[in-house]
Design a protein around this ligand. Sequence first.
Ligand code: CP
Length: 313
Amino acid sequence: MSAAERPRHLLDFAAWPRERIEALLETTEVMAQVLQRPVKRVPALQGFTVATLFFEDSTRTRLSFERAARAQSADVLPFAKGGSSLSKGESLRDTVETLSELQADLFVVRHPAAGAAHQVARWTDAAVVNAGDGRRAHPTQALLDAYAYRARTGRPFPETRLAIVGDVAHSRVARSAAEAFAALGAEVILSGPPTLLPRELAELPGVTVEPDLDRALDGAHAVMALRLQRERMASFRLASLEGYAARYRIDEARLRACYDEVVVLHPGPMNRDVELASDVADGPRSLVRAQVAAGVPVRMAVLYHLLVGKGER
Ligand code: CP
């Protein structure tokens, strides 16, 4: 791939084949070592400015991108919907152009509308990272999931069976995780209540849709529980939370169908004891805290690849 063909943005995995995902995971290893040093800062992105453009709430993604930028000595322009001139009617485009004039080299964009990050990329010469657009994509979450999984288990992706369980319909995490794990060679099974399980996702290469949860969990090496996204449900598609938990909550009893040393992921924030039992979330199988920790080196790697790369820009 020539430099001209290499993507400048990380919007989804369409332009990121397996080799590029693997390269990011390799760079993440280096960044993780930086974060083990007494002085957790390198000058790699000195002189660059990263704008975090968040139109939807976030704890993990926003803070870890800002930490990842500062750990590489970049300047950060933190933009949040509250307290901005959006309240005076300023448009998304004018907001992007304003931050571009403030010399943003890279935008990290979270927005409730699918496609928002792609739109931002059309309005700026800066690099753009999608930090979650509606139910469409959340690629850096998928990268940190993959990194945390491999760091804990050491299991090769082509020997991995990953079951993703829950509110698949509203989950950008599910789409991006399915694409990334499948691209790395894993077998991915999506399961959940029929009203929250779009059958068309079976068209993704390497991905199966399995409404029967016991079959989905059978022999799984990793199980990812998804948050019920009630804020994205136009009409509540479940009879009750209790009914959902009784049928789909990931707990120790359900995990008996899986591989003995199965690990459990959840992207956060959790509805504890609805999609994931608290004792599992806090127990030895859980990668939940490791996923949060992986967010910083993964996002350091993404910023580095897009802003400096290896002669890629
Ligand atoms: N997983 C995730 O995107 O969390 P935040 O919404 O807190 O960023």
